[in-house]
Design a protein around this ligand. Sequence first.
Ligand code: ATP
Length: 199
Amino acid sequence: MYLKNIEVQGFKSFANKIRFDFHNGITGIVGPNGSGKSNVADAVRWVLGEQRVKQLRGGTMQDVIFSGTENRRPLSYASVAITLDNSDHQLPVDYGEVTVTRKLYRSGESEYLINGTACRLKDINEMFYDTGIGKEGYSIIGQGQIDRILSGKPEERRELFDEAAGIVKYKRRKNLSIKKLEEERLNLTRVNDILKELE
Ligand code: ATP
């Protein structure tokens, strides 16, 4: 699996629709300070479901929408789509190519799509579990992140190893089952109480 391209429109400094094509190897993005290099990484983080505005270097989520320049009016929405080559089927879907899209309107309305079909953020998160690609994955290493990993809490470091070992989805399923079991236990107690009252 590898990143084939990123298409952005109205996202941060990219007012016009623009597509970055990548190949199965190393790609460097170079440019003067403030030209938008980090905005490309922010776009990838955002389309993968990043909800923390601080991680996107903004104050509110709407800050990712092109805010205009002297010569150009602000835009009403931001859209980012990334296409991944999935011919090795590392992503648990039948498609050989997967496009994930996220759109956000100034009104606050937003949408996520997988290969053009509307989906929930949860579906995107689940698709990327244990691939290292999700918003919490280690495939996007931001400035200062290495420091945070090295000096972070052992539990936080453990999360990274869990993701690399491919056991995050099993842990989540286990936690969900434990939660359901606990709910059922409470239901059972309630039923027993009612039965006792009836006796
Ligand atoms: P450096 O090399 O200094 O780290 P960079 O090439 O990584 O810079 P970015 O941080 O990606 O640059 O881009 C910053 C630019 O993006 C700034 O000029 C800023 O005005 C612009 N920008 C950020 N958000 C928006 C937005 N919502 N609308 C328009 N422009 C934006």
